[in-house]
Write a protein that binds this ligand. Structure first.
Ligand code: SAM
Length: 296
């Protein structure tokens, strides 16, 4: 048994060390896979509440029960905020959930996805076929197995939306939080392009949010953040970065009209929730300004 599994009262539990002094545990009802993939520890297991989950190096990445929250909000917010997006770049996102939601929009012509680990795509297709739901076979997809930071530094292509569906800033994900990376993303955006970034849980990882904000500000005039609550990521709200190369946000009437024209159904996204998600708690604003929670 790996160090991520513990026995409590005769039952096996998966233990996630969220920080050095905080952990939480999920009962493991069934282990489907455990091993090393590309030097990373991978476990796929089932839990009655969250369904099927996978964790990389002890950190939960996705659960089948709540993945719709993250994947709907990381995609439909920029698509509807933009209003005429045709070309999208996804960096990371190897589970396929983001591209699944993007391809539901008939208006999107092309998605390039740059994922550093081809094995994540393979095991996601095998163990989580419902997350990508056939999106890897969509002819509009151009899948590139490479470092997303190198890709944006080298490509001449331009995109209406860039979605950085990354891990936290450790290992290969670290470079996706740097000033240089955001600058290169800015150059890859069309005039009214929008960049979305995964910025962690501000209550537990304030430095991740602050770093993203400070570095994005070097290339974008007004980076903002919106909040979602993903139950499988314990520690409160998660923040997603929203930075515009240009253009303005639609008002609610326009947003509703765009959503109606798309004629899709959602389990989380609503136009009102889209706007409301940008009303982040005061402590998030305080972190952006000072890097700290409050006066302590
Ligand atoms: N939704 C999840 C979350 O919020 O934590 C994460 C989605 S996905 C599993 C993150 C992906 O980013 C992983 O598959 C990882 O391999 C990929 N990734 C990390 N660093 C990368 C890089 N530099 N370039 C491209 N992909 C990267």
């Amino acid at each position: 048994m790996s160090r991520f599994l513990v026995t409590i009262n005769g039952e096996t539990w998966f233990k996630e060390e969220v920080t050095q002094e905080i952990g939480h545990a999920l009962r493991v009802d069934k282990i489907l896979y455990e091993g090393e993939v590309d030097h990373q520890h991978l476990i796929v297991f089932e839990n009655q509440t969250f369904g099927r989950l996978f964790a990389l190096n002890g950190f939960i990445q996705v659960s089948t029960r709540d993945e719709f929250i993250y994947h709907e909000m990381v995609t439909h917010v920029p698509v509807f905020a933009h209003g005429a997006a045709k070309r999208v770049l996804v960096i990371g996102g190897g589970d396929g959930g983001a591209i699944r939601e993007l391809f539901r929009h008939q208006t999107i012509d092309h998605v390039t996805m740059v994922e550093i680990e081809g094995s994540v795509v393979d095991f996601s297709k095998e163990w989580f076929p419902g997350i990508s739901a056939g999106a890897f076979d969509d002819p509009r997809l151009h899948l590139v197995i490479a470092d997303g930071a190198e890709f944006v530094a080298e490509t001449d292509e331009r995109f209406d939306i860039i979605i950085v569906d990354s891990t936290d800033p450790v290992g290969p994900g670290k470079v996706l939080f740097t000033e240089e990376f955001y600058r290169n993303c800015r150059h890859c955006l069309t005039d009214e392009g929008i960049m979305i970034t995964q910025c962690g849980l501000p209550f537990l990882q304030p430095e991740e949010l602050k770093t993203a904000y400070d570095n994005q500000r070097q290339s974008f005039t007004d980076p903002r953040f919106y909040a979602i609550a993903v139950p499988a990521y314990s520690g409160g709200i998660m923040t997603l970065g929203f930075a515009r190369a240009g253009g303005t946000d639609p008002d609610l009437v326009t947003l509703k009209a765009r959503v109606a024209a798309a004629a899709l159904d959602y389990r989380y996204y609503t136009p009102q929730g889209h706007q409301g998600a940008f009303a982040v708690p005061a402590y998030v604003d305080h972190i952006l300004q000072t890097g700290r929670f409050g006066t302590e």
